[in-house]
Design a protein. Structure first.
Length: 693
């Protein structure tokens, strides 16, 4: 009807005009005067309130109305206007002549103006709908599509005509149709059926891809202009992908893509609940890479991450689809075995994982060998099926894994109840070790290095001891591996180096000799790998005042061979400082003569295992002789470790071994006892010095 409103307005105006002419009685008298006076003002006010933006057509109408009033006032006053005699009929006719077209024109142009405004509004609305980021879909009560906005082509790939008449549910993902049916239901109870509601589901694109959309539903079935349910649908696929990515990151390890600790624990809890119902066994494997810190520190974190990724892939490939592999952090992995994951099956999985790790990992030009220790724990106790069972099962597997490490590494160990006590002790010891440095519980003992031919003390080897306030003296083998695992070995090694150099300088000043007494300090793998270590040694030399040639740094053969190229560079840097370098436990590793020749070392220390059999005439005796001969060829000084008997000493002298140390001379002693020993000018009994003075 609004499309033809201007025709109605014109007809009404003409009808009013002719009625006015046919009823002259209305054009005279007090009633007319009142209407004539009020009509223009009322018309103006009404138009301003109704359509403030449409002005000039109604001004024209008001002007015509005013002319009518003027003409009627002249006629009613017998030709007098404002007290002036005028020709009444002439002026009245003139007023009427101008009033008719003004009235009709005002009504006509008002109608035309309103129609133009309506058309502009419709065009504006159509443009907004066409370029909207949402698709507007109107469906009937039976979910049949009645209208689709043009934006459907851009967002869903369909043309509007392709969807009209189809059921909306046919576009929905099968898994989401139940949600959409409830969403579009007109029978569901709502506080206000016309209030919008919101839902998310998947809808099919024209290229058969499923898009995640968010739809706002407005029930306008009772609106005579719509008579349908309006769906404003927006593509939220990117947002859903980002949310899925965040969810994945929250429950998966960012390096390997495996489950993280939170997700793994959740799956263990659910597995234990299912096991309580159906009786199927559940097992956990805890896997820790052996000496991974050495790989990470020597090759860099990027290479370490590539190793972790490869290990994660190999662990995953050793499992069934129903099993779960996780990285719990650092170099620690875990495996959950369900549906038949008993102790025997878990052991078979552990063997497969260990076998897969025997193949070296290729990193550019290097082959990296990775080994692992695995602990196995099974939920064979009803207590483990309770609410706290997951935590206890993880602790059991962790305890078994540490037992595997202590038993030689690169193996698996099944949990036994007695391991609980060992695991608790280990945890307590680790916590105590972190406080040992702060509480001054660490101390150094010193074992003399003897010139075998004369029995004279040439220097000392500093050996770390831990005087625990409750456990007493803790053996190095019990806490050094813990220090390596926690990274405390760096701080502890720094303290040992400074303390040994300081005490070595004090002994030199109190007991001058020629050559001066030297002090030997053992280095860990992590110390040698750190680039800052050379600067730390230089700083210690400056602070303590000990001569560089009087400080000997001992590195085990196995530590050097883990990354021989890096070791050669680091030892060369240390050698530039003037310190002496020794290879400890020589003969127990896998070094070759070619590598030994390249190392800037001064001393070869013969391992105790060879010294023990030096008189047996067997392989150990031959190896000891070969090592001492090798030292002579390379112009290195040999030091025999672990001398405990006189016959060993005599054999070593026959082999021309220069230096030695061991319980035959003295056990490691605290600093005060060493000072007393030097003050007594003690000379140890050797074949060349039969009597001790």
């Amino acid at each position: 009807m609004r499309r033809h409103a201007w025709v109605v307005y014109v007809c009404v105006g003409l009808s009013a005009f002719f009625a006015w002419q046919l009823v002259p009685a209305l054009r005279s008298g007090p009633v007319f005067d009142t209407i004539a006076a009020v009509a223009p003002l009322a018309t103006f006010v009404a138009v301003r309130l109704w359509r403030p933006a449409v002005r000039w057509p109604w001004y024209l109408f008001a002007f015509g109305q005013a002319l009518f009033v003027v003409g009627d006032v002249i006629s009613a006053n017998d030709g007098r206007l404002f007290g002036t005699d005028v020709a009444p009929q002439w002026l009245a006719d003139l007023a009427y002549f101008g009033a008719y077209p003004s009235l009709i024109g005002g009504v006509f142009f008002a109608a035309v103006t309103e129609e133009a405004a309506r058309r502009r509004n419709e065009a504006r609305f159509a443009s907004l709908v066409r370029h909207s980021s949402d698709v507007v879909i109107v469906v009937g009560a039976d979910a049949t599509v009645r209208y689709v906005s043009p934006s459907v082509t851009r967002i869903l790939g369909h043309r509007g005509g392709d969807l009209q008449g189809k059921r909306f549910h046919d576009l929905i993902h099968p898994d989401d149709r139940e949600i959409v049916e409830d969403f579009l239901s007109v029978d569901r109870e709502e506080a206000d059926a016309t209030q919008p509601s919101r839902a998310e589901f998947r809808i099919r694109h024209r290229d058969q891809e499923w898009l995640h959309v968010e739809t706002v539903r407005t029930n306008l079935l009772e609106d005579v202009n719509v008579k349908g349910i309006v769906l404003n649908t927006r593509d939220v696929s990117e947002r859903k992908a980002f949310e899925d990515q965040l969810t994945h990151q929250a429950f998966h390890d960012w390096v390997t893509g495996l489950a993280n600790r939170a997700l793994f624990k959740d799956r263990v809890e659910h597995a234990l609940q299912r096991s309580a119902r159906d009786g199927k066994p559940v097992s956990i494997l805890m896997l820790d890479l052996d000496d991974f810190k050495t790989i990470n520190d020597s090759l860099g974190h990027a290479a370490g991450d590539r190793v972790l990724i490869e290990v994660g892939d190999r662990v995953r490939n050793a499992l069934r689809a129903a099993d779960t592999a996780a990285r719990l952090g650092g170099d620690e992995f875990a495996v959950l075995l369900e549906d038949g994951g008993d102790g025997v099956g878990a052991a078979e999985v552990a063997v497969r994982i260990l076998s897969s790790l025997e193949v070296p990992i290729q990193l550019e030009t290097k082959d990296v060998f990775v080994h692992a220790s695995i602990g196995i724990a099974s939920a064979d106790d009803e207590r483990l099926l309770g609410p706290d069972g997951a935590d206890e099962l993880l602790r059991n597997a962790d305890a078994a894994m540490y037992m595997a490490k202590e038993s030689g590494k690169s193996r698996y160990q099944v949990f036994e109840p007695a391991m609980h006590h060992t695991a608790l002790q280990r945890l307590e010891l680790k916590a105590d070790l972190q406080r040992a440095l702060e509480n001054d519980e660490l101390t150094l003992y010193y074992q003399p290095v003897i010139e075998l031919a004369t029995g004279r003390i040439e220097g000392f080897e500093a050996l770390l001891r831990w005087r625990h306030p409750e456990r007493g003296m803790v053996r190095p083998l019990d806490f050094i591996p813990l220090a390596e695992e926690t990274g405390l070995i760096v701080a502890i090694g720094r303290w040992v180096l400074r303390e040994a150099a300081t005490r070595g300088r004090e002994l030199q000043e109190r007991f001058p000799s020629h050559p001066p007494l030297h002090m030997a300090v053992n280095l860990s793998a992590r110390q040698l790998q750190r680039a800052e270590f050379v600067d730390e040694v230089a700083e210690v030399l400056t602070e303590t005042g000990i001569a560089p040639n009087d400080l000997m740094l001992e590195i085990t053969e196995s530590v050097m061979m883990e990354d021989i190229d890096r070791s050669i560079v680091r030892l060369a840097e240390l050698k530039e400082l003037g310190v002496r370098l020794a290879v400890d436990d020589f003969g127990t590793g896998y070094s070759s003569l070619n590598y030994i020749r390249r190392l800037p070392i001064d001393v070869l220390k013969v391992d105790k295992s060879f010294v023990d059999g030096v008189n047996d005439g067997g392989e150990e005796s031959a190896l000891t002789a070969a090592i001492i001969d090798l030292a002579g060829i390379l112009k290195l000084r040999p030091v025999a470790e672990g001398i405990e008997r006189a016959d060993q000493l005599e054999k070593l002298l026959d082999l021309k071994c220069e230096l030695g140390q061991g319980y035959y001379f003295t056990e490691p002693l605290p600093l005060d006892a060493i000072a007393d020993l030097l003050a007594s000018e003690h000379v140890y009994r050797t074949p060349a010095t039969p009597l001790a003075s």
